[in-house]
Design a protein around this ligand. Structure first.
Ligand code: NAD
Ligand code: TYD
Length: 356
């Protein structure tokens, strides 16, 4: 079946998931136009898109989603019909240290983008083909006990960190724009992503890099918190399915079917590193595991019930955590030149603040 080409605005497209998505989209739909808008905060990195540099259908603009005149101009100039909104402050530990930026970008920024896109959509005859796809998180649903059923799309919101509260706020705005104005919105709430281009502050890259440097592996609390791990390529294919086949106004939960306790995950990473990295300063690397003070408000367990996206859109994750982690560890081993420059003085200062 033929497919109409799209003009995408991808916000946060120089971050971890956003850049993986830009690679996915440019690879699958070379006839589409992709405009990346990214403020290049500490988490944004032009290098993530380096292999696509120079492609005629890809444009990069450094700027803030909260800059209304900039966003208005870009929507018009590029005749955008599809917004894929990844831009956010994304790290829970940073939200505990400084929640203000999270409210500004995740709530006010999302509002600005929604309002700009609504005006643009109205100026273009309220086309039923337009889409505003909002990327959210399972963290808005709060914390599960060991025996609780997994989060579904109807689980009540109960965010516990400034990060998840700000994402919940943005989700509510997206919902309201569908119900109030009829804007064709879509939303996905996914579990913990992992894979290439993941910034070093997050659990999996942090552990890989610390093992390579012979540094302690800081496990919060008792290490028994559970996360569901979703390979980033599977997340991109889920967003693709929702943009093409999802019903406006609907939310889809996306998970990897890979619930793992943090301590078990760290052990898996240690074993992979011991196997794949020839010159580790400390072997076996599990000797580096160090239990540290727990994160305040640390959610105990997340789990996703992805029945809706599976049955309605035919999407399932392709990667198991064993294979996905191996791919990821291999990527970090062969891309030291990508992550070394990210261990900047600013990053070291952040690290000392969290782990001192
Ligand atoms: P990230 O921190 O790696 O990237 C965020 C990107 O947004 C960066 O490139 C940054 O420069 C950009 N950005 C930040 N503020 C901006 C602003 N005001 N204007 C324009 N650009 C701005 O985050 P990520 O892990 O790639 O997450 C992407 C999205 O997915 C976020 O909305 C996040 O809440 C959501 N999410 C992430 C995960 C995960 O496991 N990483 C899980 C569920 C949901
Ligand atoms: P993280 O990657 O920060 O994702 P999120 O908090 O959004 O789930 O952390 C994943 C899990 O790993 C979470 O339970 C917190 C834990 N964790 C540690 O035990 N030590 C660390 O140094 C980090 C960064 C996270």
């Amino acid at each position: 079946m033929s497919r109409t080409s799209r003009n995408l605005l991808v916000t946060g497209g120089a971050g971890f998931i956003g850049s993986n998505f830009v690679h996915h989209w440019c690879g699958h739909y070379p006839g589409d136009r992709v405009l990346v808008l990214d403020a290049l905060t500490y988490a944004g990195n032009r290098q993530n898109l380096a292999s696509l540099e120079g492609k005629a259908n890809l444009r990069f603009v450094q700027g803030d989603i909260g800059d209304r005149p900039l966003v208005d101009g870009l929507l018009r100039e590029e005749a955008i019909d599809t917004v894929v909104h990844f831009a956010a402050e994304s790290h829970v530990d940073r939200s505990i240290l400084g929640p203000g930026a999270f409210v500004q970008t995740n709530v006010v920024g999302t509002f600005t983008l929604l309002e700009a896109f609504r005006q643009h959509w109205m100026a273009n005859g309220q086309s039923a083909e337009y889409r505003f796809h909002h990327i959210s998180t399972d963290e808005v649903y709060g914390s599960l006990g060991a025996e609780d059923p997994a989060f579904s799309e109807t689980t009540p919101y109960a965010p516990n960190s400034p990060y998840s509260a700000s994402k919940a706020g943005s989700d509510h705005l997206v919902r309201a724009y569908y119900h109030t104005y009829g804007l064709p919105t879509l939303m996905t709430n996914c579990s913990n992503n992992y894979g290439p281009y993941h910034f070093p502050e997050k659990l999996i890259p942090l552990m890989c890099i610390n093992i390579l440097m012979g540094k302690p592996l800081p496990v919060y609390g008792d290490g028994q918190n559970v996360r569901d791990w979703l390979y980033v390529g599977d997340h991109c294919s889920a967003v693709d399915a929702v943009i093409h086949r999802g019903t406006p106004g609907e939310t889809y939960n996306v998970g990897g079917n890979n619930e793992v306790k943090n301590l078990d995950l760290v052990h898996m990473l240690c074993n992979l590193m011991d196997e794949l990295a020839p010159d580790l300063p400390v072997r076996p690397s599990k000797k580096l595991i160090t239990f540290v003070k727990d994160r305040p408000g640390h959610d105990r367990r997340y789990a996703i019930d992805a029945t809706k996206i599976q049955t309605e859109l035919g999407w399932t994750p392709a990667e198991t955590v064993e294979k996905g982690l191996r791919r990821t560890v291999e990527w970090y081993l062969s891309h030291q030149s990508w992550w070394q420059p990210l261990l900047s003085e600013e990053y070291q200062a952040y690290y000392r603040q969290v782990y001192a």
